[in-house]
Design a protein around this ligand. Structure first.
Ligand SMILES: [Zn+2]
Length: 410
């Protein structure tokens, strides 16, 4: 496939002859072969009669001046669940506290209850609908966590659903086991941790259902010591490590991520300067989630401090029914500018190449480079700043995954 007449090709690789830190090539083309980027550059480099055009067959796409960016990556979501929490949201709006809501059977356990009760087909249908919605924003790769089962059967069910999503929507889904999301109400703490280590992790590993293992390190969930036990066991099964770290309080999550060489530490609203330094030293990617602070309140993560320390910062929606029911990555990108004070260039890195780093696929995804997967988004606008500036308006014209158009605006 040849894509010609690209108004601005955002490569994410700055170099001589390209514009700015995003490495923009104006009036560009891309040639794709076998799902990978074969060649790209300025329009005048296209041979006068590309073979595909001669044949008159498909495979020749006129971008009509669109901005083209790498396929977007959401590196932290909880996409698979049943039920929603709009009722709780209404209770909150009337002044109910989280405690009140939890006492009334709400909160995470209400989602666990609904997800346990749902069949695999129903969960798949719900998740595929959300994935397609995410696709309309230009998301070609999505990390998806389990964690609304909190028992062996349901955690496995969720991860099997993640595996089935790819063939349905043609996006890539990176599965993460998050059995350590909360302590289920019906189980004793130590017994549950034992169950995660001795039953869940081996079962997930045996079926190859997860690339990563994640733990929610927080006063209301797991301590850093407990997380270390779980994550070491996961490492033994060959999984990469992630941590929900220092979200509501400073509790050693980021320090543990550095100690265990985790791929990413996520949230970090309350991380200490010392722990930022430790993360920087170990090259742990920070996944920041402004939409969760926006939705539930509290402090925003110190993106500027992290960037200054040399940490790679990714931006994610953390889509989940409780604290961030938001699939629109552009909205998260807008908040990264307005609330985290990141530059446009930093935000674009956050939803492309650094998001790829957060799920260890940066060697093959996240930039426009020869040999990388041809995951691309065509944006019907004049500059790449526009969709971040106006996150409520849909600029996505087409989405290409591995060289194939998988979404077209109707
Ligand atoms: Zn999360």
């Amino acid at each position: 496939m040849f894509i010609k007449n690209i108004g601005r090709l955002v490569t994410m690789v700055p170099s001589k002859g390209r514009e700015g830190l995003l490495g923009v090539i104006k009036n560009a083309f891309i040639e794709i072969k076998e799902g990978k980027i074969k060649r790209f550059g300025e329009n005048f480099l296209i041979p006068p009669n590309p073979p595909l055009e001669k044949g008159g067959e498909g495979g020749f796409l006129d971008a009509r001046g669109c901005v083209v960016i790498p396929g977007l990556i959401d590196c932290h979501t909880h996409l698979v669940h049943a039920g929603d929490r709009s009722d709780e949201f209404a209770l909150r709006a009337r002044g109910a506290s989280y405690e009140d809501i939890a006492k009334a059977g709400g909160g995470i356990m209400s989602t666990v209850k609904a997800t346990r009760a749902a069949g695999e087909d129903e969960l798949l249908k719900l998740a595929a609908e959300r994935a397609k919605e995410a696709l309309s924003y230009g998301l070609t790769t999505i990390e998806v966590k389990s964690g609304y089962g909190l028992d062996l059967e349901t955690e496995i069910k969720i991860l099997r659903v993640v595996k089935k999503l790819g063939p349905l929507t043609k996006q890539d889904f990176i599965p993460t086991f998050l059995g350590a999301h909360a302590i289920p109400k019906d189980k004793e703490r130590r017994k549950y941790i034992q169950e995660i280590i001795e039953e869940m992790l081996p079962a997930v590993a045996k079926e190859k259902l997860a690339v990563f293992c994640d733990v929610f390190v927080e006063n209301i969930a797991f301590s850093a010591r407990e997380a270390e036990q779980i994550l070491k066991a996961a490492k033994g099964h060959g999984m990469g490590l992630k941590i929900h770290a220092d979200q509501l309080s400073s509790n050693g999550g980021a320090a543990l991520a550095a100690k265990l060489n985790a791929v990413s530490a996520d949230h970090l609203e309350n991380v200490t300067g010392e722990d930022i330094a430790a993360m920087a030293k170990k090259k742990v990617t920070a996944v920041l989630i402004p939409s969760s602070t926006f939705f539930v309140g509290g402090r925003y993560a110190d993106a500027r401090g992290m960037i200054k320390s040399g940490i790679n910062v990714a931006i994610s929606t953390d889509y989940n029914p409780g604290t961030s029911p938001i699939l629109n990555i552009w909205l998260a990108a807008n908040m990264a500018v307005t609330q985290l004070h990141m530059t446009m260039e930093e935000v674009y890195k956050g939803i492309t190449v650094n998001a790829a780093r957060a799920i260890s696929i940066d060697a093959t995804h996240g930039t426009v480079e020869t040999g990388k997967h041809a995951d691309l988004v065509l944006l019907n606008c004049k500059s790449e700043s526009e969709p971040v500036y106006r996150p409520d308006k849909s600029f996505v014209d087409k989405v290409i995954k591995n060289g194939e158009v998988i979404y077209e605006k109707s």
